[in-house]
Design a binder for this molecule. Sequence first.
Ligand code: MG
Length: 256
Amino acid sequence: MIEIKSKREIELMEEASRITALAHKAIEEAIRPGITTWELDKIAEDVIRKNGGRPAQKGFPSEQRGIPDFPATICASVNDEVIHGIPSKYVKLKEGDIISIDMVTEKNGFHGDAARTYIVGKTSKEAKRLVEITKQAFFEGIKYAKKGNRLGDICYAIGNFVKENGYSVVKEFQGHGIGRSMHEDPGIPNYGKPGRGVRLQPGMTLAIEPMVIMGKPDILMLDDGWTIVTEDESLAAHYENTILITEKEPKILTII
Ligand code: MG
């Protein structure tokens, strides 16, 4: 069932999302060659806690038996890592790396979720283009995030844009509704058919998140039970915001 948020609930979503945006700003300012993903994790956690939030990904349970809960505030996925990379004192960023940071803040029972792929120093033209197209895919998708449209309109717009630009979308993971839970209905794949799926209504809050691979779409999970990498070792990028469907244009809650 898709929750339609009340005015008060939307205010709480805005607050959680604002904190996620602040934490991303702090990370963007801190990213440089030589910094570890563990240090970035602390920076994000600090901002979230100082603003009265809780890092909602920390302690998130794995669906697999024997795999520990997610141990950190941010997912930090470098280069051919797509999503769910675990921050580490041993992963030092290098000039030219790209790093996808995904995080969720919970405050007063509501969640705000956003991901960005950052460039470390200067990178190749090819990597830069991947990052830009991934971000643009989100904006292509939300052109259709309007009252009365179907969810499939968004999914199709994202997938089609990525394909037209010569890249692959990840099919095994998807965007999602968000609110009291980090993941709510509906699931929002980065591909689909226009005119299909649920009809969009004001008060729906959705996390829309293109995950894009430069090469083939196949992915693998590392032995840590979390990190998803590209099978062909090509680069991957991620861009996500929590949005609100309104009477008119969608409101992006995690951009401030
Ligand atoms: Mg996310």
